[in-house]
Unconditional design. Structure first.
Length: 133
C-alpha cells in the first residue's frame, strides 16, 4: 500500500520541501557561512573567542593561568592535558564543568554558567581551556 504523505507529497516533493526548509533555516539563523568548520583558522578563532569569554566572565577571580589570576579554584595552566577537546570525553567534561559544576562535585563552590552564557560561548570556552597544555 503506498504511503500517503499529505505534508510533503511524493519523494521528489519531499526533497524539494526539505531543501527549502533548510534554506529558510540557514537564512533565518544566519548560519550561511560556507567556510568548513574544522579548519585551523576556525579553531584559532574559537580559541580566541573562548579566551575572551574567560576574561569577560571573570574566571580569573577564582582560577589562574600561567600565574595570572587567583588561586581559589584549580590552576588551569595545563587543564587541556587532562581534559581536552581532542576527545569527546574531555570536551564534554569541560563543557559540563562550566555549565553545571555540581554535576561533577555536588559541593563545588563554582557557579553554574548554563544560565549566564549561551551554549556556543561555553563550547568556545572549552576550546580555549582544552588548548592549554
Amino acid at each position: 500500500m503506498p504511503h500517503n504523505n499529505r505534508i510533503f507529497g511524493s519523494p521528489p516533493r519531499r526533497w524539494t520541501a526539505l531543501l527549502a526548509l533548510q534554506a529558510v533555516l540557514v537564512t533565518a539563523t544566519g548560519c550561511n557561512d560556507t567556510k568548513p568548520y574544522f579548519t585551523p583558522e576556525r579553531q584559532a578563532e574559537d580559541i580566541a573567542y573562548g579566551k575572551k569569554m574567560y576574561s569577560e566572565n571573570g574566571c580569573s577571580r577564582c582560577h589562574s593561568i600561567n600565574g595570572v589570576g587567583e588561586h581559589v579554584g584549580p590552576d588551569l595552566t595545563h587543564i587541556g592535558v587532562k581534559h581536552n577537546n581532542d576527545t569527546v570525553e574531555g570536551g564534554n567534561w569541560l563543557y559540563k564543568q562550566i555549565s553545571e559544576p555540581n554535576s561533577h562535585n555536588p559541593s563545588s563552590p563554582m557557579p553554574a554558567y548554563k544560565d549566564k552564557m549561551d551554549n556556543g560561548s561555553i563550547s568556545k570556552l572549552t576550546d580555549y581551556l582544552g588548548s592549554l597544555k
